[in-house]
Design a protein around this ligand. Structure first.
Ligand code: SF4
Length: 219
C-alpha cells in the first residue's frame, strides 16, 4: 500500500472521522473560508453566528449590505478593512455569475471553477480548494502549512510549493470526494494534536511510516 494511503487509514483509526467542514450549508462554508485568513476558527465561527443572527448569511443579503454593517458582524475575524469588502464582492460575483445559485456556480469542470475563484480578491489556492472541496463537491486536495509540515517530516516530499504538494497527493490518493475531505481534516487534527512544531513522535500513530519519527524514537 502507498504510504499516503496507509497514513490516511492510520489517522482515521486514531482520530476518527472529523466531519469537516462544520457548516449548515455550502454558502456557510464559502463565508467561513473567506473569513479564515490569519485568524482562529473560533473567531470565524463567532462571525458566522453574528451574520446568521442578523439574517445576513445569504448571498443576496450580503451582496447588498453596507460595508459598515458587514464589518460590525465579522470584525471578530480580524482584517476588518479587507474582509467585509471581499465578502460582499464575492457575493456580488456569485450573483453575476450564477444568479446566486451555488449548484449552477459549481456545475462546471473543476479547473474552470478554480480559475474563477482564484480571480476573486483575497482568494488564494488554499481558500479556492477549500471552497471547491467542502462547498462545491469537487475532489481537489487542500494544502496548508500543516500538510507541508507533516508531509516533509514523514518524507513524502521535499517541497513547500502548493502545486507540488497537491500534485503529490493527487498522484497517490484515489480521487474520492469523501476521502479528500477527510484526509485534509485529519492532517489538521494531527498537526494540532501530535505533529506540532515540537512533535510528540513517541505517541504518534505514524511513527513507522515516518522518516523523522523513526529516527527520533528508534535512533
Ligand atoms: S512521527 Fe513525529 S514527525 Fe512523524 S508524523 Fe508523527 S509526530 Fe510528526
Amino acid at each position: 500500500m502507498d504510504r499516503e494511503r496507509e497514513i490516511y487509514h492510520r489517522l482515521l483509526r486514531h482520530y476518527g472521522p472529523q466531519h469537516w467542514w462544520p457548516a449548515d450549508s455550502p454558502f456557510e462554508v464559502i463565508v467561513g473560508a473567506l473569513l479564515m485568513q490569519q485568524t482562529a476558527w473560533r473567531n470565524v465561527a463567532e462571525a458566522i453566528r453574528n451574520l446568521k443572527e442578523a439574517g445576513l448569511l445569504d448571498v443576496r443579503a450580503l451582496a447588498s449590505a453596507s460595508i459598515p454593517v458587514i464589518r460590525k458582524h465579522v470584525k471578530v475575524a480580524g482584517l476588518y478593512r479587507t474582509k467585509p469588502t471581499r465578502l460582499r464582492d464575492f457575493c456580488r460575483h456569485l450573483l453575476a455569475r450564477s444568479g446566486g445559485d451555488l449548484r449552477r456556480y459549481f456545475d462546471r469542470p473543476l479547473e474552470a471553477v478554480r480559475e474563477d475563484l482564484l480571480a476573486q480578491s483575497g482568494v488564494g489556492p488554499e481558500t479556492a480548494d477549500s471552497i471547491l472541496l467542502y462547498a462545491g463537491g469537487h475532489a481537489t486536495f487542500v494544502v496548508d502549512a500543516y500538510t507541508i509540515r507533516i508531509g516533509r517530516r514523514i518524507g513524502l516530499f521535499d517541497s513547500d510549493d502548493y502545486g507540488d504538494v497537491q500534485r503529490h497527493f493527487d498522484a497517490h490518493v484515489p480521487r474520492d470526494l469523501g476521502v479528500f475531505q477527510e484526509y485534509h481534516a485529519l492532517l489538521v487534527a494531527h498537526a494540532k494534536a501530535l505533529c506540532r512544531p515540537a512533535p510528540r513522535c513517541e505517541a504518534c500513530p505514524l511513527q513507522d511510516p515516518c522518516d523523522f519519527g523513526t529516527v527520533r524514537v528508534h535512533g
